[in-house]
Write a protein that binds this ligand. Structure first.
Ligand SMILES: *[C@@H]1O[C@H](CO)[C@@H](O)[C@H](O)[C@H]1NC(C)=O
Ligand SMILES: *[C@@H]1O[C@H](CO)[C@@H](O)[C@H](O)[C@H]1NC(C)=O
Ligand SMILES: *[C@@H]1O[C@H](CO)[C@@H](O)[C@H](O)[C@H]1NC(C)=O
Ligand SMILES: *[C@@H]1O[C@H](CO)[C@@H](O)[C@H](O)[C@H]1NC(C)=O
Ligand SMILES: *[C@@H]1O[C@H](CO)[C@@H](O)[C@H](O)[C@H]1NC(C)=O
Ligand SMILES: *[C@@H]1O[C@H](CO)[C@@H](O)[C@H](O)[C@H]1NC(C)=O
Ligand SMILES: *[C@@H]1O[C@H](CO)[C@@H](O)[C@H](O)[C@H]1NC(C)=O
Ligand SMILES: [Zn+2]
Length: 329
């Protein structure tokens, strides 16, 4: 009798322990279709993420320039962990990067970044463009500083922003990922963590070409699917080789290999998706910044020609060309 009770209690403890934060997956009866049973937020909300961004149905809008702070400095010590759903990188020591401007009304502080990938290079991204998948997507999660911390920000509809970057496959390795890729096997097992000292800057880990982006109101793409996220999906993609993308698929989750971890596109409903059109004036004022060789190079094009380039039709053609290029490669 006592033994039975012990067994039952022990069993319950195990259930709770493994249940905590591990009670969702991407397959079978723990997959996205079933998240709503445990997490009401994932069920039938009107602002769920990810979505399919349709290029012929985005609203062009001029947002104020985005301002990134501490994105250009190397991260002193970062912690890389396998939480059973993704590889997650947080800052252990060093300055906390932040972002403001664009569609954001306040300053948002860095919380963590993580990845979504697929079984093959033909899938993996969560947000899609014209139904096109990309092999990997990076989510940099930042919280509104007016709410003090990440957990508190989860309760407000302007609580979080996700800076989201898509990847495209290249023959050449991306040198900025060498340190990261070297440590990834160290977190192959569920809950494994490793500290990386002297990491690259967020600028080098992503891309500094961040003037063009889509933005829309959405949610976390994992339970509890809270509808508190201002999404920024950058149009410029990050290069990574097949071998580098492949590394993510070796991580283990609670039920074997975590070879895919993307949620399917959700209904857009009547949401607007905006596309930022960088203005001539913001480009011109940024080009006064001597530290930015890129923007200086931009201004060489002269005002009238870059103005022509930014006509609606031009941007659309440019985009179609860009995505077509990635698809055929
Ligand atoms: C992983 O971590 C979670 C949350 O801390 C814990 O509940 C779970 O038991 C751990 N699983 C393993 C296999 O270590
Ligand atoms: C910023 O403020 C405007 C005006 O109040 C509001 O419409 C918009 O949704 C806010 N943006 C965010 C990201 O919360
Ligand atoms: C994307 O897929 C959805 C659902 O299959 C379809 O309704 C929509 O027309 C597709 N969009 C494009 C641009 O192909
Ligand atoms: C945001 O980060 C800055 C450092 O960049 C820090 O001084 C500030 O306390 C942080 N704010 C919140 C609310 O966490
Ligand atoms: C986050 O902020 C809330 C509200 O100020 C506070 O109650 C809570 O203890 C804080 N949580 C953490 C983890 O700091
Ligand atoms: C970023 O990359 C450039 C070019 O490879 C390099 O010179 C620079 O030191 C890197 N900066 C940081 C902070 O990682
Ligand atoms: C464009 O998006 C709006 C929602 O913002 C939707 O109501 C409309 O049906 C869409 N139009 C097309 C042609 O897909
Ligand atoms: Zn994510």
């Amino acid at each position: 009798m006592v033994t039975d009770l012990k067994t039952i209690i022990f069993g319950l403890l195990i259930t709770f322990k493994t249940g905590y934060g591990q009670d969702f997956g991407y397959d079978g009866n723990t997959g996205p279709d079933f998240w709503g049973l445990k997490y009401q937020g994932c069920n039938g909300g009107k602002l769920q993420s990810p979505i399919d961004i349709e290029l012929n149905n985005v609203t062009e809008k001029e947002f104020p320039p985005l301002v990134f702070q501490h994105f250009d400095e190397p991260l002193e010590t970062v912690k890389l962990e396998n939480n059973g759903h993704t590889a997650l990188l947080s800052i252990k020591q060093g300055k906390i990067p932040n972002v403001r401007g664009g569609p954001l009304n306040e300053t948002y502080n860095f919380s963590q970044l993580h990845f979504h990938w697929g079984r093959t290079d033909d899938e993996g991204s969560e947000n899609l463009v014209n139904n096109q998948s990309f092999p990997l997507e990076l989510h940099m999660v930042l919280y509104n500083t007016k709410y003090g911390n990440f957990s508190n920000a989860l309760y407000y509809d302007d609580g979080l922003t996700v800076l989201s970057f898509l990847y495209h496959k290249t023959i050449k390795q991306n040198q900025h990922y060498q340190k990261f890729e070297r440590e990834l096997p160290a977190v192959e097992n569920l809950n494994a963590t490793v500290d990386i000292i002297g990491f690259v800057s967020l600028d080098n880990f992503t891309t500094t070409d961040r003037n063009e982006y889509f933005t829309y109101k959405g949610s976390l793409t994992t339970p509890p699917c809270s509808e508190v996220v201002t999404w920024l999906e950058f149009i410029n993609t990050i290069p990574l080789s097949h071998e580098q993308i492949q590394e993510f698929r070796f991580l283990s989750g609670a039920r074997g290999k975590l070879n895919h971890n993307f949620r399917p596109a959700q209904a857009r409903n009547d949401r607007s998706v905006y596309m930022n059109i960088p203005t001539l004036s913001s480009t011109a004022s940024s080009s006064n910044d001597r530290s930015s060789s890129k923007l200086n190079a931009h201004s060489k094009n002269g005002r009238s020609s870059s103005g022509d380039l930014r006509s609606n039709c031009g941007v659309f053609v440019l985009l179609m060309f860009k995505y077509f290029y990635y698809i055929v490669n």
